[in-house]
Write a protein of this length. Sequence first.
Length: 626
Amino acid sequence: MRRLDSILVDRIAAGEVVERPASVVKELVENAIDAGAVSIEVAIEAGGRRLIRVIDDGHGMGPEDLDLAVERHATSKLPDGDLGRIVSLGFRGEALPSIGAVARLAITSRRAEDRAGTNLVVDAGIKATLRPASGPRGTRIEVTDLFSATPARLKFLKSDRAETAAISEILRRLAVAQPGIRFTLRTENGNPTVFPAESEPGPAAFLRRLGAVLGVDFPPNAVPLALAREGFSLEGHIGLPTFHRGTASHIHFCVNGRPVRDRLLLGAVRGAYADTMSADRHPVLALALACAPDLVDVNVHPAKTEVRFRDPGLVRALVVSAIHESLRRVGARSSTTGAARTLDALRPGGAGGFSLHSGAAAYPRPAGADTYRVATPSFAAPAGWRAPDRDRSGFSDTPQASFAAEFVPPGADSRASAEPQEPVSDHPLGAARAQLHETYIVAQTTDGIVIVDQHAAHERLVYERLKRERAEGGVARQGLLIPDVVEMAPAEADRLIAAAEDLERLGLTLEAFGPGAVLVRAVPSALSGGSVKNLVLDVLDALDASGVEEGGLVGTGDPLSRRLDAILSRMSCHGSIRAGRRLRAEEMNALLREMEATENSGQCNHGRPTFVTLKLSDIERLFGRR
């Protein structure tokens, strides 16, 4: 046995702090933030292997502090030694000595009251003497030849591009957490990435910073969020359920100004969006949680990216409640990116292969053919029409006549055949003007058109109605005059009977009817008139799926409640109007009005949009009018 020398000990300890170039950038930028900097510039070469330079305009350090800063476990951030009340991003005093143990570290720093600055170099753990140096107030740190003292670590680094991307992600997360600071990232190739400082705090400034970090599409698709409860204050902006991504990289959390990746917070967000977004998609959002330092422990992870709350249940409930309330206030609103994709497909050379032709010469008219003009379609509701009762579906199963526009020969008065049309000025989703392919409703608004997927929209409306009834004491049921017998495999029948008590609360009354069969005595009133067998089989599928997923999310709420909601979601899909169903004008308008009055109506139960809005100005640009 022998005692290891101090340099080797430092190199071993550095493995926990300095994993890759991004770790170095994180530690140095956090030190700059703790020093009160309002402008931080990061420059890298070769993905940070060859050079990492961080320049800030913070308070700076004097000679004595600089000499002590590169010693292990030396810090100015714990004046009273209380780990329970940490208010700074750094506090362990490990970053600079760890970096100096595995690379060449050069620091130049000056305080405002000093006439000259101080320079110190640490090369592979060997500290040089202090030297005077010139420079502005603040600190300049250069890290060169990272892992030169431990070359085996270089084999585990990724490509320069991947390491640069990791550094960029670190700065993006710090930029979200600190909107009042200007961040700049310079690389060998391309223009620098700059996040300008927001001079005035507040939701508007935070949203501007989020637009710079998350992209220009985020602000028009974001919803503000603010809620306080029992010492915790939550603020931020969350994306609409139809504005989502394939990975969770666009979910940002910060706690007391510290970017974190916390499983509790992530689970709460997933649970809050579970009812409005597909399981394979992820929301885009940024949440800032503030609390007293003694209510959260940040000393639980070497990289300080995880935290532990004193009351995790309270925090989870706060996040879920805030997101639910913000989404509830949205009403009938859908992502703008759906319209953008539609317009891109319609433009010449777009994904849809659509091309624009000017003039009638592109389509020669047969010789002797008459010229026809289109009459105004008569899609309006009859006089005296009113919005449907929220407790009635408002839809008929009777096949209706086609709503296709009628062609009339020249000289005929098209106005004579037109009925009074539903006014568009009074309704956000406008008035129905046509039904396309018995699937999509086209409505006219004051400044454009809305295209509605009738099945997806009605599915959401039925689902919200069923959920509301369940919350108010039980789903209304319709007894069957003649009970229906549904046959299936014995194991499937057993699963249904085992869940009969829960299904009773959802308006579905079942009894065992011998091996491999169930007797259905009542169905939810909102779903009456459909196939009882198909409804039961859909419920069986939902039971299987909810059983698999019951423990899948962390902190998403009551498993039974999630299970019942999953069954209601499957039921509503079964009971909604289908694609291929013709609707009368009053039925289409009834659907639009109920969408406007129903929360979460902008997306179906699977997270897909229920409608797309196209502005008149965008349509005019398609035809070269703008």
